[in-house]
Design a protein around this ligand. Sequence first.
Ligand SMILES: Nc1ncnc2c1ncn2[C@@H]1O[C@H](COP(=O)(O)OP(=O)(O)O)[C@@H](O)[C@H]1O
Ligand SMILES: [Mg+2]
Length: 263
Amino acid sequence: MTRVIAVANQKGGVGKTTTAINLAAGIALSGHATLLVDIDPQGNATSGVGMKQRAAENGSVYDALMADDPAAAAERFVMASAVERLSLVPATRELTGAELELISVPNRERRLKQFIDAVKERFEYVVIDCPPSLGLLTLNGLVAADTVLIPLHCEYFALEGLADLVGTMRRVRAAYNPTLEIEGVLLTMYDERTNLGQQVARDVREFFKDKVFRTVIPRNVRLGEAPSHGVPGVVYDARSRGAEAYFALAHEVITRHYDQTAA
Ligand SMILES: Nc1ncnc2c1ncn2[C@@H]1O[C@H](COP(=O)(O)OP(=O)(O)O)[C@@H](O)[C@H]1O
Ligand SMILES: [Mg+2]
């Protein structure tokens, strides 16, 4: 069974895109066919895997969402990436308009789900990179997902605004997607040298308990450099501490999925 994971947090700059790219690439490099779906109009996941120039060739996620029937001919929006077993549904700037244009479209909350359901069969994992808001695009991501992965930047206001995300998840469960679960809370950009980082990590674990991934993503310059080369950090420098952490995260996600499927 395919696992659809939405990477969401309405705050910008918390590591959503870095996590979506490197989790998806890490899972793919571990041997599992994976689809990365970019639903952020900034298209950072698309450029981060080096597909920005080719993003519009066969249409983007915008065209998929706005099609008369998002499930019809959906395959054309899926493109191969330079990473083995990793495919991409790209985003372009056009997607900026979708937040408003979707309002008057039938099934506006379920469009991404219709599309993903039509293409997910040949993938073991689908990873959705959500934009930094709780608007219709993120809502589509949560409706389409089996689970939500929440990256938290290890800084003072890490937990701020989280109640809004949890509230949105509750509404999505009640209205559209009753089985939506938390995949896990991920501590990102962790700097072990600061007391603040350690304190935030402790607070988050106290609050979310076993929902917090064992893996913590360190602040690592290689992860920050990789996007400008159009390759995932796990490919750019596979031996860096950042890459190692994302491989460990991929392993944690795969193991959890395997255990749940076996149970
Ligand atoms: N672990 C990390 N170490 C260093 N830089 C990081 C790390 N994670 C993300 N970054 C950088 O921080 C910025 C914000 O990260 P990004 O993943 O784009 O966040 P979001 O998608 O939540 O806005 C980007 O420039 C990214 O390259
Ligand atoms: Mg982003």
